[in-house]
Design a binder for this molecule. Structure first.
Ligand SMILES: *[C@@H]1O[C@H](CO)[C@@H](O)[C@H](O)[C@H]1NC(C)=O
Ligand SMILES: *[C@@H]1O[C@H](CO)[C@@H](O)[C@H](O)[C@H]1NC(C)=O
Ligand SMILES: *[C@@H]1O[C@H](CO)[C@@H](O)[C@H](O)[C@H]1NC(C)=O
Ligand SMILES: *[C@@H]1O[C@H](CO)[C@@H](O)[C@H](O)[C@H]1NC(C)=O
Ligand SMILES: *[C@@H]1O[C@H](CO)[C@@H](O)[C@H](O)[C@H]1NC(C)=O
Ligand SMILES: *[C@@H]1O[C@H](CO)[C@@H](O)[C@H](O)[C@H]1NC(C)=O
Ligand SMILES: *[C@@H]1O[C@H](CO)[C@@H](O)[C@H](O)[C@H]1NC(C)=O
Ligand SMILES: *[C@@H]1O[C@H](CO)[C@@H](O)[C@H](O)[C@H]1NC(C)=O
Ligand SMILES: [Cu+2]
Length: 230
């Protein structure tokens, strides 16, 4: 009798654990439609999970001309920033660079990824440098550090992408990952750069607040499952 109920309990616990551990749909695709307040600057990013990392493309560039660049040799920098913009606050609300390994703002050496903040895409793969005639080479590469699920304290869900001109944030957009809802947004997808993105800002190092929220949301889910089961 005792054994029976213990076995039943174990089976039950296993079932609950299996349900609790069952992941939502696998996160495979994301995008960020990046723009400035007035739409003068546009860029479309896609992020696809592939073998060995994240396949990133950058297309549809508009307005990021060589003449508009403060440093015409350097062009434009861009990064994954820690937080989404939210409905009102624009590029200034995006925090610093995604940096789960606490690398800090020292220059990134692309030949030594340990020296690079995970979100420092232009540091690792090169800036956006327009050609003299105002066109852009299509940008596509595989980043080996970015992941929708790793590391646990700083995956790239619930983030944003920001383009800078000599440091100044000029355009941004929330990073929307299909199958993932940013905690606290009640199922909405956030916004693109529809608010002021023109003010300069110091770059900080970004640690994940979203990851904590994800963690507590997952915990809430497990607790809810237990409560439902009991
Ligand atoms: C930004 O969002 C607005 C409102 O949702 C939409 O009309 C516009 O097309 C978006 N812009 C880009 C560049 O995605
Ligand atoms: C993002 O941009 C793509 C490419 O222009 C467009 O097809 C899509 O509707 C946009 N999505 C949102 C949410 O603005
Ligand atoms: C990455 O994306 C590009 C552009 O869509 C595509 O041509 C390429 O095959 C992709 N690479 C992998 C490994 O899926
Ligand atoms: C402009 O960018 C180039 C290439 O990144 C750099 O070597 C140079 O120091 C920059 N110029 C200024 C004035 O910051
Ligand atoms: C790579 O960068 C890290 C962090 O800046 C540094 O500690 C390490 O010495 C570098 N490795 C090489 C081979 O340069
Ligand atoms: C460009 O950035 C450099 C380095 O941060 C800064 O010293 C310089 O004043 C900036 N130039 C302009 C025109 O803002
Ligand atoms: C969340 O969305 C649901 C369904 O659209 C709505 O009924 C509810 O009021 C929303 N809650 C908040 C806090 O916005
Ligand atoms: C969020 O964006 C994704 C990708 O475009 C879309 O599939 C999903 O329906 C959107 N969800 C909401 C609540 O707008
Ligand atoms: Cu940035």
């Amino acid at each position: 009798m005792l054994f029976k109920s213990a076995a039943a309990l174990l089976t039950f616990a296993g079932l609950v654990a299996a349900q609790g551990a069952a992941p939502a749909a696998e996160l495979k695709h994301g995008f960020a439609n990046v723009s400035s307040l007035n739409g003068d600057y546009l860029a479309y990013f896609t992020f696809d999970k592939v073998e060995g990392g994240m396949n990133i493309t950058l297309t549809g560039l508009k307005g990021l001309t060589i003449n508009a660049a403060v440093n015409k040799t350097a062009g434009y920098e861009y990064h994954v920033h820690v937080t989404p913009m939210g409905p009102k606050y624009g590029c200034m609300a995006t925090g610093g660079h995604l940096d789960p390994f606490n690398v800090g703002p020292a220059p990134c050496n692309p030949k030594n990824l340990t020296s690079c903040q995970t979100g420092d895409l232009s540091g690792k793969h090169g800036n956006i440098v327009p050609t003299e005639d105002g066109t852009f080479p299509a940008i596509q590469y595989i980043d080996t550090q970015l992941s929708f699920t790793e590391p646990a304290n700083g995956p790239m869900v619930g983030r944003s992408v920001v383009i800078h001109n000599n440091g100044t944030r000029i355009a941004c957009g929330d990073l929307i990952v299909e199958g993932y809802t940013v905690p606290g947004t009640n199922g909405t997808n956030g916004t693109n750069g529809t608010t002021d993105g023109t003010k300069p800002a110091a770059e900080g190092t970004g640690k994940s607040s979203a990851a904590k929220l994800v963690g507590s949301a997952a915990l809430t889910g497990v607790v809810a499952l237990f409560m439902m089961a009991l």
